[in-house]
Design a binder for this molecule. Structure first.
Ligand code: 2RA
Length: 333
């Protein structure tokens, strides 16, 4: 059986990667319909060696589609969701618009694939840093439910799309030639800098990005009492997010056991031999789908047998496009 698949936001960083991943994973596509805003209409995308015209994203554009991979912002996701459902397609949405909605499953295929079947027309793709962090700790959660995580994220500029990537490139080039850096996408210059703000702050001093780790983690892992203290930082890295995690489970897990289960965990690669300088680094995880995990050690500040670890994963792929295509693969099984 083959399927008609629309890519909503087909010219953005994630939309382009979705098309690439569909081809790489040989997803059974009958018709690929790349959709975008007016300014991109007429552009061509390449799929399986054929050039396909980008069409205007409008309600009628979803007619005849079986699956819509959506890589647009919250406003457009909300705008088009009714038409997508009315057309009888399933929307796999990368925005945060529907992630916490009661009747919308939030799915990381390695963690809670069974939730996908509960959809009522929309399945939400979790936030990129949530996907990467939870994929890394999933094997530990299976041994003993995670109670608490202290997380720091080091998020690539690709999280802000093509504009973020272009901004870092422009700044590095300009500054290298004694010219001024242009600052548009991020609050401050990102080249040679770290910005401890992604999203808006709430009344407790946490950003919307930081609250996602707890809110989405609770839903994906079915841990309603999970507590997460997250600090999200934008770093001058192109594509991979890096994440530091200190966690406590209901029962202590030894470092040896943690390494053994993570080495076999779906979606993970254990890169943990620090005395030989073997540990995850963002340059190593770009352009592939696995989450590299290392620096696994006892948390010496924990009174409850906690562990610390470090992980890296490609934000555009496993953090967005590949996770969405994996959800589509669950749907057609
Ligand atoms: C970011 N997670 O990194 C957000 C959206 N991709 O900017």
């Amino acid at each position: 059986k083959t399927y008609n698949v629309a890519i909503l936001g087909s010219t953005g960083a994630v939309g382009q990667e979705m098309i690439k991943v569909l081809e790489e994973r040989n997803f059974p596509v009958k018709e690929l319909r790349p959709l975008a805003s007016q300014r991109s209409v007429g552009k061509k995308i390449l799929f399986k060696g054929k050039e396909i015209d980008v069409q205007l994203a409008c309600p009628e554009a979803f007619m005849g589609m079986d699956i819509v991979l959506s890589a647009v912002d919250n406003q457009w996701a909300k705008e088009f969701a009714p038409a997508i459902i009315k057309a009888g397609a399933v929307m796999i949405d990368n925005s945060s618009a529907f992630r916490m909605a009661e009747d919308v499953p939030l799915v990381v295929p390695e963690i809670n694939p069974e939730d996908a079947a509960l959809h009522k027309g929309i399945i939400a793709n979790p936030n990129c840093s949530t996907i990467i962090a939870l994929t890394a700790v999933n094997a530990l959660n299976k041994i003993s439910p995670i109670k608490k995580m202290i997380v720091s994220t080091y998020q690539a500029v690709s999280g802000a799309g093509v504009a973020g990537i272009q901004e870092l490139n422009q700044q590095v080039m300009a500054l290298g030639h004694g010219k001024p850096a242009e600052v548009n996408t991020f609050p401050y210059q990102i080249a040679y800098n770290l910005i401890p703000q992604i999203g808006d702050f709430n009344e407790f001093g946490y950003t919307s990005e930081e609250m996602k780790m707890q809110n989405e983690g609770r839903k994906i892992m079915h841990l309603p009492d999970l507590r997460v203290n997250c600090t999200c930082v934008r770093v001058p890295i192109m594509r991979s997010h890096s994440i530091s995690i200190a966690l406590e489970c209901e029962a202590p897990i030894s470092v040896e056991q943690a390494k053994a289960v993570i080495a076999k965990a779906k979606g993970c690669v254990l890169k943990d031999d620090p005395t030989n300088r073997v540990y995850p680094m963002p340059l190593d995880t770009s352009d592939q789908d696995l989450v590299f995990v290392g620096r696994i050690r006892e948390d010496i500040a924990s009174d409850h047998g906690g562990l610390s670890l470090w992980c890296c994963g490609d934000q555009v792929r496993k953090g967005a496009a590949t996770n969405a295509v994996q959800i589509a693969e669950i749907l057609i099984k």
